[in-house]
Design a protein around this ligand. Structure first.
Ligand SMILES: Cc1ncc(COP(=O)(O)O)c(C=O)c1O
Length: 321
């Protein structure tokens, strides 16, 4: 199969049967990290760029600025590089070194803000930086993944569709939340096409999305220190909040038992499966969305030293042989 652009290589139909992860739960991991941008955010980036092209006709020579903890930055870089569009990404100290270096290799200008906001995160600082940059340079374009419906519509049109196509009887879908684009797009699709499916939103402890009090967190990608404009909190989905230590432990389990390195937010969602296990053992298939793979986390979640420093007590899971 020959593709015209790296961003056309979208892999939306790959599920791994995670039999035995939680006994009695028919668990399928939807692997979103197997495209050239390495994450679910490739679909979001395509949709955001299409939106800017249709609204403003952006093209070669234009420049975008966006806030990202890494994955959207890489995904936008995949598109911008091949279209001659300049890109500035505003990241923070939780962004992995591998993600920073990937963005720089794509020709992206990466700014790392270091000042924590009032909720212990960096999102407000990142957005303040963008707003100041937009005032300085009137020619900059901001896709704004936190408020732009093109973000959630990517998941309505692709992520949710592909889940229902593969598993028409799906009983529950677990989705990690940050901008809430994945959650909102899947929620809208399932409420229209299969309302019986439980939609379970998963957040990290220390994020303010479903609880009031924010605190510093270490795992990038999941959670937020500000309420994104896209997120509608209308009671139409379930919510689970998981401590980061359980996410790290779930990542180790999957690496040792299945030989698969998953990203930190996948660990968070799998920890939620563990917590909800008694309610998921009804014979209906469950889907957990895995937004990215583990290679970007070799220096953190999969580093014994990093884990010992930040989560003492989390031992590596013994191998199964
Ligand atoms: C690794 C990872 N997990 C989860 C998410 C959350 O997705 P969303 O922004 O659609 O809520 C993201 C988004 O950046 C991510 O990069």
């Amino acid at each position: 199969m020959i593709f015209g652009a790296a961003s056309d290589i979208v892999t939306d139909d790959i599920f791994l049967d995670l039999a035995g992860f939680v006994p009695g739960v028919e668990l399928n991991l939807k692997l979103e990290g197997l495209n050239p941008a390495g994450s679910i955010k490739l679909k979001t980036a395509v949709s955001l760029i299409e939106d800017l092209v249709s609204r403003f006709g952006i093209g070669p020579g234009d420049r975008l600025i966006e806030s990202s903890s890494g994955n959207l930055g890489i995904a936008l870089g995949t598109l911008c590089a091949s279209r001659g569009i300049g890109l500035t990404i505003v990241a923070d100290p939780n962004t992995n070194t591998a993600a920073l270096r990937t963005m720089q290799a794509q020709g992206t200008t990466v700014v790392v803000v270091t000042e924590r906001d009032a909720n212990g995160g960096f999102l407000q600082t990142r957005l303040d930086y963008i707003r100041a940059a937009l005032l300085r340079d009137r020619k900059l374009f901001w896709p704004n993944q936190y408020a732009n419906k093109a973000n959630s519509s990517a998941h309505y049109r692709h992520t949710a569709q592909s889940i229902l196509k593969e598993l028409p009887e799906v009983g529950a879908v677990l989705i990690g939340v940050s901008t809430s684009g994945t959650l909102m797009g899947c929620l809208e699709f399932f409420r229209e096409h299969r309302p019986a499916t439980r939609i379970i939103a998963v957040d990290s402890e220390g994020s303010i999305l479903f609880t009031g009090q924010g605190a510093p967190r270490l795992i990038p990608g999941l959670g937020a220190s500000l309420h994104p404009e896209l997120l509608v909190d209308d009671g139409d989905y379930e919510r689970v909040v998981v401590p980061e230590v359980e996410a790290v432990s779930a990542c180790h389990t999957v690496a040792r038992r299945y030989g698969l390195l998953v990203g930190g937010s996948t660990g968070t969602v799998l920890a939620a499966v563990r917590r909800l296990a008694p309610t998921l053992r009804n014979g209906e298939p469950v889907v957990a969305i895995s937004p990215d793979t583990g290679e970007r986390y070799l220096d953190t979640i999969y580093s014994e030293d990093w884990v010992a420093d930040h989560f003492p007590g989390v031992g590596l899971v013994p191998a199964q042989w």
